[in-house]
Write a protein that binds this ligand. Structure first.
Ligand code: RIB
Length: 303
């Protein structure tokens, strides 16, 4: 069965500089290479899901500038359905990214057109209703995220929310989430608790927490908890690794459901690790064969 995934989210052109070390506030450092790469958490997760094998549709907005043309073309090239992608007057979203030799980064996003994604059309709602999974992040206006989650819940589509960038979230959104995906920092911000996992399970029924190079864990309200290690890799750039993980997680969930969560978690870890082995957000997102190969090499023999 081919997974059907809809992403409602952001698209940014990433302006990426590699540097021996990240600057501190007020400091100037001399960097090395500069390149521009299509990115944005929403678009990255849509491309990640498509490359992982899903039929994927994207609802978002690009600006009327040259960046917008490039961002649209990049989604089309990844076979993402862009009928829900608007072009709005003004600049596209842009992300300033610096990546150091340890593959750490900092990112500053200017939302541009992403901030104009204010309404869902009837076609957007129909696409969400026909999907297995709706995938959301927090780089477009919150009311749009809530509206998309509401449309999904009404139609029985699973709502996966990646709470990135970190923000505290209203109950009206959390009540609509089936599966929350967070890193450790996001978990602390969303839960506002010292023991975030238990606190998060009071807010949503299922949580996946990514642990960087340590792997990921899954917990739900029904008593299930499991943790998987990440593949050992030489990280070059971790920029979109979380997006690769989340896109693959959505595909695995859509294909095999809750019962296969252990396998899906390992598969998503393989996707994130494969992404971190390469530089550049969307250009580093792995295809299904690459995910399968790293998954099999890492977890062979794991039940
Ligand atoms: O998750 C990585 C992404 O965050 C980058 O592509 C950048 O555009 C920001 O949205």
């Amino acid at each position: 069965m081919t997974a059907r995934v809809v992403v409602v989210g952001s698209t940014n052109l990433d302006l990426v500089v590699t540097t021996p070390q990240l600057p501190r506030p007020g400091e100037t450092v001399l960097g090395e290479d500069f390149r521009t790469v299509p990115g944005g958490k929403g678009a990255n997760q849509a491309v990640a899901a498509a490359r992982a094998g899903a039929d994927c549709a994207f609802v978002g907005a690009v600006g009327s500038d040259d960046f917008g043309v490039r961002l649209r073309d990049s989604l089309v090239a990844a076979s993402v359905d862009v009928r829900g992608l608007r072009t709005v007057p003004g600049p596209s979203g842009v992300a300033l990214i610096a990546v150091d030799q340890a593959a750490e980064n900092f990112i500053v996003v200017a939302p541009g057109a992403n901030g104009a994604l204010a309404d869902l059309t009837d076609d957007d709602r129909a696409a969400i209703g026909a999907a297995d999974v709706l995938l959301l992040q927090l780089e477009v206006p919150l009311p749009t995220v809530v509206a998309a989650a509401g449309a999904a819940r009404a139609a029985g589509t699973t709502v996966v929310l990646n709470a990135a960038p970190a923000a505290s979230l209203p109950a009206e959104l959390l009540d609509l989430v089936d599966l929350l995906v967070v890193n450790e920092h996001e978990a602390a911000v969303v839960s506002r608790a010292a023991e975030p996992l238990d606190a998060l399970l009071e807010l949503v029924p299922r949580v996946v927490m990514t642990l960087g190079a340590r792997g990921a864990l899954y917990a739900d309200r029904f008593g299930r908890r499991l943790e998987v290690p990440a593949p050992r890799i030489e990280a070059v750039d971790t920029t979109a690794a979380g997006d690769a993980f989340t896109g693959a997680l959505a595909v695995g969930w859509a294909e095999q459901g809750e019962a296969a969560i252990a396998h899906t978690l390992r598969w998503a870890c393989a996707a994130g690790a494969a992404c971190a082995e390469r530089a550049g957000a969307s250009s580093a997102l792995p295809d299904r064969a690459t995910i399968d190969a790293l998954h099999d090499a890492t977890y062979r023999g794991t039940p």
